[in-house]
Design a protein around this ligand. Sequence first.
Ligand SMILES: Nc1ncnc2c1ncn2[C@@H]1O[C@H](COP(=O)(O)OP(=O)(O)OP(=O)(O)O)[C@@H](O)[C@H]1O
Ligand SMILES: [Mg+2]
Length: 158
Amino acid sequence: MISPAPLRHREIFPVAGLDLERAGTVSTEVQRVLRKLGVEPEVVRRAGIVCFEGEMNIVLYTPGGRIILLVYDDRVELIFSDQGPGIPDIELARQPGYSTAPNWARELGFGSGMGIPNMETNSDKLEIRSRPGEGTVIRAVILRRRNETEGSGEGPRP
Ligand SMILES: Nc1ncnc2c1ncn2[C@@H]1O[C@H](COP(=O)(O)OP(=O)(O)OP(=O)(O)O)[C@@H](O)[C@H]1O
Ligand SMILES: [Mg+2]
């Protein structure tokens, strides 16, 4: 029997939708918390990317939501939930380049359709559940490979 890894830290961050002034603050804070907890730098880096993309999508496409950070001995989990319009075609939204970003967001440099693909690349597991008209829940799992010595293991991801 493999015993489940104990939960070390749990924190909930509200995300204000359509508030570009505060956009990105949660991912910065999540990285700070993870570093403080002694999480491996590579895991902090990946969690920061995943968190930023999920946070930006809540900001750009929904009236608001929240991000739950869960830190276990063997993994970091980020759960994004919002009360937005939902994603009608999840497979399509996972495709690189697919975007419904409005012009005002494109003018700010968003809308490459790379956010969800980026979340996928930087997580070990990405689950997306959405119901049009109700909202979206995304769960990202980032494994901590503590047994690997620094510098060994995987190289940079493509
Ligand atoms: N939380 C969400 N609620 C509703 N729709 C979403 C949400 N997150 C993503 N989407 C939809 O999925 C599409 C793809 O998202 P993705 O993050 O990959 O690209 P983008 O936000 O359009 O561009 P980029 O992230 O590169 O700036 C979005 O354009 C939007 O239509
Ligand atoms: Mg995006």
